[in-house]
Design a protein around this ligand. Structure first.
Ligand SMILES: [Fe+2]
Length: 364
């Protein structure tokens, strides 16, 4: 199996009611998600001109003063909305803080009961007041990516032999986020010192969609890749012939976007699909930054993460036990990657152990 075998899923096949066309898309998803952990997606309905406009507006936002960006930063919301400063998040694998700044927003309006239960995961969006183009293009792209992702989940369900809504229904009203990323330019002294833009990791959500990024030259203009050292790299499933998997450059075919499997989808599939390990390497040329956009579809927080239906074989149950509430899983992971404080874990257990002590004291 080589990289040329990464399949392309045509979303028009999944928009169709024709079972043969839907089966064709499901076949492509099956091969892509099982071996590579990713597929290329065609007919995604993302406007390329809008993507260009978004990157221009994001580049201009990123040049604003640090104090202004900090006013849009929400540590108390675990950075799930607004601006995330550099060196905040870190990968679970090696713990190197990522060399990037980000901006988070959600395409969907949260249900009131979800906001109450998980205020950070379902927080309201935060926007700079005077950046209408940034807000408008970001929101439109985020909604288009959400729609494409939900359709793709129908194909994923069919590929797993499930009802076509089995996965899509599990992400309804979920804490979806779209994230704009700016990987920071390296100084001359930092090049070749082992700094990576994003350490190798797997995403903890259901499905990640990547419409393709832009390099920015030291003058602040979009430019081609400065050298072959930089960019997104993905690792395919380990096999007997390739026990470390194969390293694949994450560049989509022209006109396509990339969709990759997250941990939650791997769990539901009982390991039939693979959460894609991926890494973003930094260039060997100083002064170049990279803008990128990633949309994360999440399982609704009330869902239980465990292999579903016939996918719950004994081996799958052993691999993914115990079942965990998706909201709990989100909190645990956000603590692990440094976005939520460690105290968030304490809220997952009983919080009133001191009551008996107090009552006994009062009774004495
Ligand atoms: Fe990632």
């Amino acid at each position: 199996m080589t990289l040329d075998h990464i399949p392309t899923v045509d979303l028009d096949d999944l928009r169709s009611q024709n079972p043969l066309e839907r089966a064709l898309a499901a076949e492509a998803v099956k091969l892509g998600f099982a071996h590579f952990g990713l597929v290329y997606v065609a007919n995604h309905r993302l406007n390329p001109a809008l993507l260009d406009r978004f990157y221009a507006s994001y580049q201009s936002f990123s040049q604003r003063p640090e104090a202004h960006k900090k006013s849009l930063s929400r540590a108390e919301q675990w950075f799930q909305r607004g601006w995330t400063p550099p060196n905040t998040e870190q990968a679970v694998t090696g713990g190197q803080p990522d060399f990037k700044e980000c901006y988070f927003m959600s395409p969907t309006e949260a249900l009131p009961q979800d906001k109450r239960r998980y205020p950070q995961l379902y927080a309201d969006n935060v926007w700079p007041e005077d950046a209408l183009d940034f807000r408008g293009s970001f929101t439109a792209l985020s909604r288009a990516l959400q729609e494409a992702g939900e359709l793709l989940l129908e194909g994923a369900a069919l590929a797993l032999g499930l009802d076509d809504q089995a996965l899509r229904s599990r992400v309804m009203n979920g804490p979806h986020v779209t994230r704009a990323l700016r990987y920071l330019p390296l100084a001359k002294s930092q090049v070749g010192t082992g700094i990576v833009w994003g350490e190798e990791h797997t995403d903890f959500n259901m499905l990640t969609l990547l419409p393709g990024g832009r390099f920015i030259n030291p003058q602040g203009d979009p430019c081609p890749k400065p050298d072959n050292g930089s960019g997104l790299h993905l690792r395919t499933r380990a096999t007997e012939e390739t026990p470390g998997g194969e390293r694949v450059a994450g560049v989509a075919k022209p006109g396509c976007i990339i969709a990759q499997v997250g941990q939650q989808l791997e769990i539901f599939s009982g390991g039939c699909f693979l959460a894609t390990p991926h890494e973003i390497t930094a260039p060997m040329t100083p002064g170049y930054s990279r803008l990128s956009l990633a949309h994360f579809l999440h399982t609704h927080t009330d869902q239980v993460l465990a292999p579903i239906g016939a996918l719950a074989t004994e081996a799958a149950l052993d691999a993914y036990n115990p079942p965990v509430l998706a909201g709990t899983y989100d909190i645990k992971t956000l603590v692990d990657i440094g976005l939520a404080p460690k105290s968030a874990i304490d809220q997952l257990g009983y919080r009133h152990y001191d009551r008996v002590k107090k009552e006994r004291r009062r009774a004495a």
